[in-house]
Ligand binder design. Structure first.
Ligand code: HH2
Length: 401
């Protein structure tokens, strides 16, 4: 199980850049050519394991870059030629100094990385993920959301908005009754329910697509499921409410696990990371393990790096550039850049109403970097972006997803 793999293993680059691989195959007319190496990072090895791993990798035409940590601990970026990996894993598994645990961490991670299509069962509906980019349309039933606060606080308006987004081509609607914007005030569960339940009840009757409840409170999630929601979007990744993991398991819904540093009140104060993607992957892996221990099936999990949640502009850009590393978790990847402040900053402090083109650029880039689902406010425009970006990704071959 990927969630419980030791050494926080993750693929940094797979054999050949997929686009490059497709191009070489096209030019040379030889699709089976080995076009590159795996680059896999393993953390918390013993120094002895890391040195031995390097020796074994060199013996298979690769190598390992070692990063010394405190005392006897070491991280390694392992490089193994793509066509040598099966043999290399056999040798590592049988090596007394390294052993089967490390071999399994590498094997399971590369296998998870290679998964490109998924099925998400949401009540009676099944979403095919990975064939084209899915859009999750946002319905904020709040007075204070950063992007559209107060516009849909009235249930009738929120229902209309949900119906509009569904008609524009949303694949999922995400309904939330508490803003998570930096510094937002917490909302009581009763008030959150009062906001979202009538909207979910009406939309469950009126639209044919799955409804997701955006909440960190188990009591709100439970009542939302009773009202017709069939997906959970928990920005605390099952760590905010101790009742949430068991509820998620019992209800059997797909669960979005999002990374956040700090809480919405504090997260933008001074976000700080050592290796950003290492910390995000380790955090999500830990939440996946919490989910698995509570009984959530592995095929119900979606991961999200949490754009803007305890992240500076530079962090958000780095996440988008390195998004592919999340593929090592073997789950669909959801990204929510829509109208966020970093886009405004890049556009010279553009207000939230003028961030659509920036959102489009970010969404297209995220798709080329492996996002399967985009959480967006402007579904009609982003449907066009996704259609065109998907066509370009397809040109690069199936491996590029
Ligand atoms: N972003 C927001 C809220 N929920 N959930 C996931 N999984 N990923 C995100 O990036 C994400 C999210 C913030 O956007 P919005 O809902 O428009 O604002 P607010 O939280 O102020 O209501």
């Amino acid at each position: 199980m990927v969630a419980k793999l030791p050494h926080n293993p993750r693929v940094i680059l797979a054999p050949g850049d997929p686009a490059l691989a497709a191009e070489i195959a096209r030019v040379l007319g030889a699709p089976g050519l080995p076009v590159g190496d795996w680059f896999i990072k393993l953390e918390g090895l013993t120094a002895g394991q890391a040195i031995r791993l390097n020796g074994l990798a060199v013996g298979h035409g690769g190598g390992a870059l070692l990063h010394d940590k405190e005392g006897n601990r070491a991280d390694a970026i392992l490089r193994v030629p793509g066509d040598c990996l099966p043999l290399f894993l056999e040798v590592v598994g049988n090596d007394a100094a390294v052993g089967p645990v490390v071999a399994e961490a590498i094997r399971a991670t590369t296998e998870a990385y290679g998964r490109s299509t998924f099925s998400l069962v949401c009540g009676g509906q099944t979403l095919a993920v990975g064939r084209r980019t899915l859009l999750m349309g946002v319905v904020n039933v709040t007075p204070d959301s950063f992007s559209d606060g107060g516009q849909f606080l009235d249930a009738v308006k929120a229902i209309e908005q949900g119906k509009r987004l569904a008609a524009e081509g949303a694949d999922i609607l995400d309904i939330g009754g508490e803003s998570t914007r930096p510094g937002a005030q917490p909302v009581e569960a009763e008030e959150e329910c009062r906001r979202v339940l009538p909207v979910i009840e009406a939309l469950a009757r009126e639209v044919q697509i799955p409804l997701s409840i955006d909440t960190a409170k188990a009591v709100v999630a439970r009542r939302a499921f009773d009202a017709g929601a069939t997906m959970l979007n928990d920005v605390t990744a099952l760590r905010g409410d101790p009742e949430m993991p068991a509820l998620a398991a019992r209800s059997g819904v797909p669960v979005v696990l999002m990374h956040m540093q700090g809480t919405p009140r504090t997260m933008q104060a001074s976000p700080h990371y050592g290796d950003l993607m290492s910390e995000i992957v380790a955090y999500l892996r830990r939440s996946m393990a919490i989910a698995a221990d509570a009984g959530v099936r592995e095929d119900r999990v979606i991961v999200d790096p949490g754009i803007g949640f305890g992240k500076t502009l530079e962090h958000n850009l780095e996440i988008l550039r390195r998004l592919g590393e999340l593929r090592s978790l073997g789950c669909p990847i959801l990204v929510g850049p829509s109208r966020k402040r970093f886009i405004g900053t890049l556009l010279g402090d553009a207000p939230v109403t003028e961030r659509l083109w920036g959102t489009a650029a970010t969404g297209a880039f995220a798709i080329t970097r492996g996002a399967h689902i985009l959480r967006v406010h402007d579904v009609a425009a982003m449907r066009q972006v996704a259609l065109v970006a998907d066509a370009m990704v397809r040109e690069c071959g199936p491996q590029s997803r």
